[in-house]
Design a binder for this molecule. Structure first.
Ligand code: FAD
Length: 457
């Protein structure tokens, strides 16, 4: 079969991975006139019922990609992570003393260590599964195919389309199918197969590394959370810090639940980098918070008997040297998987999606009456994307590791070192503001200029 491009064909892009970034990018590319196909290995979009929060900045980036995306977010029950009401409508990040150093002769009171103003609706939290389902509703039928696990991508030369081979996630290799496409964007997460194809399986960055931190994640009904924390703490984001662990929670699902994540340092190696989610128990979590204050202990008592234990892997040790290569490109965690201590991995992926959608719009415009330049235009777009996005997104990976170390300092347990420990919040503030106040207008200007320079005769 002749698979060479005809000049009248629209631009075709395959997105591997229908996670948050894959779907946000799909909506963005469809909006600028690209023909998109998404291949997702899972059977459906009901991934774990954990929560996720987006910065106001990332939500503005979503609006620029397509206003239907923030609408989908809100229709999925997203709420601001603080509930100060009319008196104080802004969102804050709050760090609170989680470790119990109280003296027996003093009544116990948890101390707020630091509060950082994230502005009006600075963060909105939702359930991941509900947001994914809402995103799927704004993608036309036929675009997304489930149970398609990418195995390989074969580049058969300049005038031929890429050959993608899949293995149906529920069956064996005997059922493999073959499909042909033009460009492939890997949005296939931390263990990205597209990244391995792009860099080679032996490349250090093809394999994420263990951060020596695990996350126990659960959703707790708001009434139960209030019993443990009291109404104010339960209804507002708080990060309880202490030695070797921290416990973060914020409201989700129209304030009917809190999303709670216990981050625990692990000095051991993780046994299997293919299986990074294990079953944990409430007793495991309790054992990781010895000597912590009553509110934290009470909340852990309300965790389910068993819950997911996520080994956190990232690309800090060996960052990806380039986000594009040939007709392949990486976005989201596939490009810059980060530990979650800034709560910004997906937010930075949304910035990628905005950059890529903008570039693809340039390519569509340029090639509309001029299809013979499609190949060079696409190469210019992906190279520009790499130049614009790589350092910022990889800085977030580094910064998140640093913030984890600050959250989990051993000094929190030592009264004589507490004053020094608290100076960390100046640093955390600077790092957070760099993420929250991202100048996406400047990024878009640089993106368009970078593309035009590459396309200049
Ligand atoms: P993923 O969400 O991993 O999606 C990848 C998709 O690709 C999956 O659906 C997968 O099934 C599919 N796939 C994989 N391989 C293949 C293949 N070979 N073929 C086909 N499909 C494939 N970020 C925030 O911004 N805010 C937060 O509050 C936040 N909290 C977090 C809390 C925790 C505990 C963790 C671990 C992360 C958190 N993050 C947060 C980070 C965020 O979860 C990720 O950055 C985000 O999910 C990345 O989205 P993605 O679409 O790039 O990858």
């Amino acid at each position: 079969m002749d698979t060479s491009n005809s000049p009248t064909e629209p631009l075709e892009v395959v997105i591997v991975g229908g996670g948050i970034i894959g779907l946000v990018l799909t909506v963005g590319l469809l909006r600028v006139g690209v023909k998109v196909k998404v291949y997702e290995q899972a059977q459906g979009f009901r991934e774990i019922g954990a929560g996720i929060a987006f910065t106001a900045n990332a939500i503005r980036c979503m609006s620029l990609i397509d206003p239907a995306i923030p609408t989908a977010l809100r229709s999925s029950g997203s709420v601001a992570t603080s509930n100060g009401g009319e008196e104080d409508p802004n969102d804050y990040l709050r760090w609170i003393d989680g470790y119990d150093r109280q003296r027996e002769d003093e009544p116990y009171q948890q101390r707020l260590l630091y509060k950082l103003d994230a502005g009006y609706k600075g963060f909105e939290g939702c359930r991941r599964d509900q947001f994914l389902e809402a995103l799927v509703k704004i993608v036309p039928p036929g675009v997304i195919e489930l149970r398609k696990r990418l195995e390989t991508i074969e580049d058969r030369g300049k005038d031929k389309k890429l050959l993608l081979k899949f293995r149906d996630g529920t069956t064996t290799e005997a059922d493999a199918g073959e499909l042909m496409w033009e460009e492939v964007i890997g949005c296939d997460g931390v263990k990205s197969r597209v990244r391995q194809v792009l860099l080679g399986e032996d490349h250090a960055a093809s394999h994420p590394r263990y951060t020596h931190c695990v996350a126990y994640r659960t959703l707790i009904p708001m009434a139960k959370a209030i019993e443990a924390l009291g109404p104010y703490k339960a209804m507002n984001q708080h990060n309880h810090v202490g030695p070797n662990a921290n416990l973060l929670h914020y409201p989700v699902a129209n304030n009917t639940m809190i999303n709670a994540v216990a981050f625990v340092r692990d000095p051991n190696e993780w046994p299997d980098d293919k299986q990074t989610v294990a079953q944990g128990t409430r007793d495991d979590v309790k054992a990781a918070f010895p000597g912590w204050c009553p509110a934290v202990q009470d909340l852990i008592d309300r965790f389910p008997d068993t819950l997911s234990k996520w080994a956190i892997f990232d690309l800090w040790d060996y960052p990806v040297p380039r986000y594009n290569g040939g007709r392949l490109c990486l976005a989201g965690d596939a490009a810059h998987a980060t530990s979650p201590h800034h709560g910004a991995g997906a937010c930075v992926g949304v910035e990628d999606a905005l950059c890529l959608s903008t570039l693809m719009q340039e390519v569509v415009t340029e090639t509309r009456g001029n299809p013979e330049v499609k190949e060079q235009a696409l190469r210019a777009a992906f190279t520009t994307y790499d130049a614009i996005r790589r350092t910022r997104s990889q800085w977030v990976v580094n910064s998140s590791r640093r913030v984890c170390n600050l959250h989990q300092q051993r000094e929190w347990a030592d009264s004589s070192k507490l004053v020094r420990a608290e100076t960390c919040f100046e640093e955390i503030k600077d790092r957070s503001l760099k993420i929250w106040h991202f100048n996406y207008d400047a990024m878009l200007n640089e993106t368009r200029q970078g593309y035009k320079q590459k396309r200049a005769p």
